[in-house]
Design a protein around this ligand. Structure first.
Ligand SMILES: [Zn+2]
Length: 296
């Protein structure tokens, strides 16, 4: 079932790496980006619709075609202007529309998941805000279904600021309650929310264990993730840093070890300021860990 949803099979099930959007060194049209990434040895791309879903059906389909040819797995990041737990009815309605538009564009391009930040607590308690998000997501699912949009998962993301709905627990609850919904794990965001949670492999393992217990092995095996080094304050995430920046976490090596040891096929989207450069760096760290483990 999950294989079908992800449109993945055999060889395409592996750890994949790619950038969140256009690398600074890529100057061409978006439809040529998968070729550029393949030539860099990368095989994933998160299309950024963060300032609005503006891609045409034709461009989306062409991008999807080229990505497929290049074996680059696509995902789509929905607009930041989404708040499913707003105190204003109009804001919730507009947010649902933006999510449906994101699902539509993802469907055109063959992206398997729409990543989004669910909302803000505002004046609500966490329980109330979560309830509003779940109700809105159920309606988004229905509306997408009525438009004939199939095979695109909703991917609520663990968020980095304490004002945002999106603790691991809240994201898991959404996935339990809403059909065709998978958790998107932004490791830097969890690290920021939890004031520097990740130091060792065991710290990462605690999270994957929770996901496995609650949502099953199929979900944890093919997690869609974001990774970057991050700086945080009392209220959570402040800014992203490159992988080699000194003094910031979370560390990538223990996560890579966990992935190799468990045979996971995560998709890891680099959200570092260096995007593709750090995606390549993470890929090579994972490969060198894999070859040391083999030699043991
Ligand atoms: Zn995000």
């Amino acid at each position: 079932m999950l294989l079908e949803v992800f449109n993945l099979s055999g060889d395409s099930l592996r750890v994949r790496f790619g950038p969140a959007g256009r690398p600074p060194s890529f100057k061409g049209p978006i439809v040529e980006l998968p070729v550029f990434l393949r030539n860099e040895g990368l095989d994933a791309l998160e299309y950024q619709a963060v300032r609005g879903v503006r891609i045409s059906e034709d461009t989306a389909k062409r991008l999807g075609h080229v990505a497929k040819e290049c074996d680059v797995l696509l995902s789509l990041h929905a607009p930041y202007a989404i708040n499913l737990s707003s105190a204003k009815k109009e804001t919730i309605e507009a947010s649902k529309e933006r999510l449906v538009a994101s699902l539509q564009a993802a469907y055109w391009m063959g992206a398997h998941v729409v990543v989004f930040h669910p909302g803000y607590y505002g004046k609500y308690t966490p329980e109330e805000a979560l309830g509003l998000c779940i109700a809105a997501l159920k309606e988004v699912r229905e509306r997408a279904k009525s438009l004939g949009i199939q095979g695109v998962l909703l991917g609520p993301e663990t968020t980095g600021k304490l004002s945002q709905v999106g603790s691991l627990e809240e994201i898991i609850k959404m996935c339990e309650e809403v059909e065709d919904t998978v958790p998107v794990i932004d490791w830097a965001h969890i690290h920021s929310r939890e004031q520097g949670l990740f130091r060792s492999k065991e710290d990462y393992l605690r999270i994957t264990n929770i996901i496995e217990e609650r949502l099953g092995h199929g979900i944890v095996k093919s997690l869609h993730c974001h990774f970057t080094k991050v700086e945080y304050g009392k209220k959570g995430e402040l800014r992203h840093h490159p992988l080699e920046a000194e003094g910031y976490g979370p560390p990538f090596e223990p996560l890579a070890e966990l992935i190799v040891e468990h045979g996971y096929s995560f998709t890891i989207i680099s959200e570092s300021p260096l995007l593709d450069v750090d995606a390549i760096r993470m890929k090579s760290i994972l490969e060198s860990i894999r070859s040391t483990i083999k030699q043991r």
